[in-house]
Design a protein around this ligand. Sequence first.
Ligand code: ADP
Ligand code: GN1
Ligand code: MG
Length: 362
Amino acid sequence: MNQNKIENVIAEFALVGALKSCTPYGSGHINDTYLVDMQQKRYILQKINTHVFSNAKALMQNISQITQFLKQKIVEAGGDPYRETLNLVPTQQGTYYFQDHDHCFWRCYDFIEDSISYDIVRAPEDFYQCGIAFGHFQSLMADFPAKILFETIPNFHNTPLRYQTFLQAVSADSHQRADEASEEISFIRQRAGELSELTDSLKQGKLPLRVTHNDTKLNNCLFDRRSRKAICVIDLDTVMPGIVAYDFGDSIRFGASTAAEDEPDLKKVHFSLPLYESYTKGFLEAAGKSLTSEELCSLPVGAKLMTLECGIRFLTDYLEGDVYFKISHEKHNLERCRTQLKLVSEMESKWNEMNDIIYKYK
Ligand code: ADP
Ligand code: GN1
Ligand code: MG
């Protein structure tokens, strides 16, 4: 991004002090994130990916309502509302986003100081903390008026629909990549009959529709650098009505792995039951009481289906020529898909233990 252009964007926001520097930050796959260092204070500036989020204004309205709601809850509980949730910084005009001449949407948050996010779990205790953070988010949002939320990505975790889109990408094979991915394609096809378990239960009223985060991976949780305790959950773009097992599952697919999401050497990628147990303990301690017994039973299914869904999404993007997720090299999405499918097959072989662990902490 051109330096002049970004300085013009920064000048639109009501920031404190003079600009020292502005540098790309974090490892998210969707938005463009910058750390803005001003003389007195630091901020996070983000260009919203409008290819992914087609209605940025409605998305920002969601985030403003969610963060205000969370702030009130945090204050009531005697916490720090500027640390335990994101804090939007307004523009000079008093709005929560700025639209530039190229129709790009920008937003700004206070930088949460002394915080760190991880791309891989370093110690089981960190993952336990992450479970507490997302479980706590779930229970804080339990009485949020879901009807006022705009659905930022319709059908975001509609696994059967993701599968249909995948099948279309396989048959179109627009980039002649299907042959190379034939093993992965058949792995996914073999599990086609299992994909609607959670969406069917929702339709049948067996599982409730809740306000969920929908992108609960480890690097969407901030930890205190010193105490290593979880501070808050971030990346609120996909907070929408959803199924709680998918929130649980997304954390598991990313964090209960012994390797990074894009590890090319599959020998290093394993599904770790001890990590699964750490997260389950934290998540259920923080959210367990608000969940129904059907929801508790559905958690391992959420872990498997979310991992499979993510593998399907990475492979679809690979087949379509890498139009959705940011990549840093040609086979990046294929490598990401392979780690997810490896995790799915290990979850299948540890299925009874996964269920027993839920039973132990429920
Ligand atoms: P993306 O949607 O692209 O994943 P995120 O909102 O998750 O973007 O931000 C990317 C990274 O930036 C996060 O993983 C985190 O490390 C960092 N980050 C985002 N917001 C803040 C904040 N307010 N304070 C500190 N770090 C932040
Ligand atoms: C994206 O934005 P980020 O990097 O936190 C994606 C998630 C995927 C994840 C895979 C809006 O999350 O759904 O699970 O990548 N977010 C969106 O790492 O598509
Ligand atoms: Mg993120």
